[in-house]
Design a protein. Structure first.
Length: 408
């Protein structure tokens, strides 16, 4: 049985403990409310750049003999740092966490190396057709908001960011009251609180700030379709149905709707001769969400593919029996979430919208059980309305087919 506890330290840091009795591993995650959605066109990419600089502060000697697994990610709306460790090393883990994140060392030589690596990441994005499309989607749908900015930034802005700006960003956003530390495993709340107070007094002497509010005004382009010319061997089509900002528990209904429709589209994908593969995804963060159809196909088939998707969206029927079975399947997935420490840690993201509210897996299950078929049908009608879709096309390279020469 899980035990959930949320404590706020004197310096403003929230510590969210989820106790899992008899687990030998502990997941330790620090969530910081900063990402590309908090940036502007002059400093775009600074959150991701800072994440790399902080991560490089770790040293192998810190990890032995504890066997720490440390990794970090930057998202649109938050940055997170995560460790996994055997529970007997919880003291060493939190101390190491405090050294890496709470006492970073910023050096010009290190910054130069990190920028080179980020340039490689940006170049990789330019070779990935779906990354190109997803960046174009945010750019077009949220053209009057920082949501349009790519997480990695662009080469020009990264080149111009200096150590002074990075230090300023760190002091501004890596404030205790702008972060949540989540500890999942067989741990005691009193002990973790004591350790966090001792080792994670991050920037407690700096001036604290209030969380920056993101202006989310959506400016949809007039044209329903947007085309990009690319040097690819296939054409790529993404159809987007955007949705507004979602908080608990409303987005659980959207996940259930995705489960329902995705099962139907799996069989449609298998029987279509217009494309090899189609992904139907749902994604959401604390700022916005959407449903995405992503397809690679021959350029001549793009309009046929779109027509097939629209026809099937209109014709798919969700009966009561199918709805009940899928809801049980969703609930079973939520139950299994209890056995994965990092999945439990993700409950923290609810607090980005409601900082004082604890949401448990049992709360999620209770909310899903209450969802009715009529509610799902209303959401489906609203989201998949014809006036709500936008399509983005990356057209294939024109010219001769590319082929490898025969080996001699």
């Amino acid at each position: 049985m899980e035990n959930y506890n949320l404590t706020k330290l004197k310096n403003g840091l929230s510590v969210f403990t989820i106790r899992k009795p008899n687990f030998n591993t502990i997941d330790l995650t620090l969530y910081v409310k900063t990402g590309s959605a908090y940036e502007n066109k002059e400093n775009n990419g600074i959150s991701h750049l800072l994440e790399h600089l902080i991560s490089v502060n770790r040293h192998k000697k810190q990890f032995y003999p504890f066997g720490l697994d440390f990794h970090a990610f930057t998202h649109k709306d938050y940055t997170h740092y995560e460790m996994t460790i055997a529970k007997e090393y919880i003291n060493e883990a939190i101390r190491t966490f405090g050294q890496i994140i709470g006492k970073p060392v910023f050096l010009t030589a290190t910054l130069k190396k990190i920028k080179t690596r980020i340039f490689e990441e940006i170049a990789d994005d330019k070779d990935n057709p779906y990354d190109i499309l997803y960046n174009a989607i945010d750019n077009r749908l949220y053209s009057n908001s920082s949501l349009k900015l790519p997480i990695l930034g662009i080469k020009k802005t990264i080149q111009e960011i200096n150590l002074k700006e990075i230090k300023s960003w760190y002091v501004k956003y890596y404030q205790p009251d702008n972060m949540i530390l989540t500890i999942v495993g067989d741990v005691e709340n009193k002990k973790t609180k004591k350790l966090a107070e001792k080792y994670l007094g991050i920037n407690k002497d700096a001036v604290s700030i209030k969380n920056k509010t993101i202006q989310r005004k959506q400016v949809y382009p007039r044209q329903k379709e947007f085309e990009i010319q690319g040097s690819f061997e296939r054409s790529y089509l993404t159809i987007v149905y955007p949705i507004d900002k979602l908080a608990y528990p409303s987005f659980l209904k959207h996940i259930l709707l995705w489960y329902l429709l995705n099962q139907k589209f799996e069989s449609i994908t298998e029987n279509s001769n217009l494309f090899y593969n189609m992904n139907f995804d749902y994604s959401a963060d604390s700022l916005r969400g959407g449903y995405y159809f992503s397809i690679s196909c021959d350029e001549k088939n793009i309009n046929k593919v779109k027509k097939e998707i629209f026809i099937n969206l209109d014709n798919i029927r969700i009966g009561k029996n199918f709805f009940d079975k899928t809801k049980k399947y969703f609930i079973n997935n939520l139950i299994s979430k209890k056995d994965y420490l990092s999945d439990l840690s993700s409950l923290t993201l609810y607090m980005f919208n409601s900082p004082e509210k604890i949401v448990t897996v049992d709360n999620e299950i209770t909310e899903v059980k209450k969802v009715t078929l009529s509610e799902i049908q209303k959401i489906r009608t609203k989201v998949f309305a014809k006036e709500n879709y936008f399509s983005f096309i990356l057209k294939q390279k024109k010219g001769k087919d590319f082929s490898f020469p025969l080996l001699q």
